[in-house]
Design a protein. Sequence first.
Length: 123
Amino acid sequence: MKSPAKIIGPILAVLLAAGVLFALYACFAGKGELYYAQIDNSRVKPTESSGGVVNFEGSLPYTYTLPACDEKGREKEISFGASRELKEGAFLQLEVVPLRGVIRWEEVAYNELPPAVRSRYAP
């Protein structure tokens, strides 16, 4: 009869490998979910270095934390970095990937916003 350790060990190894593969897939595969936000420069802060080797806030000098909506109008607060202060009132399309956060953003016109998002913002 096999000991429980000889049975549980391979099962845990398979589960760990599956978890690592899922995390890699979530970080690097395909496109992320799209969110839309309007720039509010009162919600930007300069990115400060903690003096360590790794800067978890990114290497960009500005960090925005804005309310954003997905295509169905569900709201979520999202943070992302920028190399400069962005145009006040501009609309952004943010591509968000689990674990990595915002991987891409671009300015869009009001009429390019999905209808559920447009109803939340004034033109």
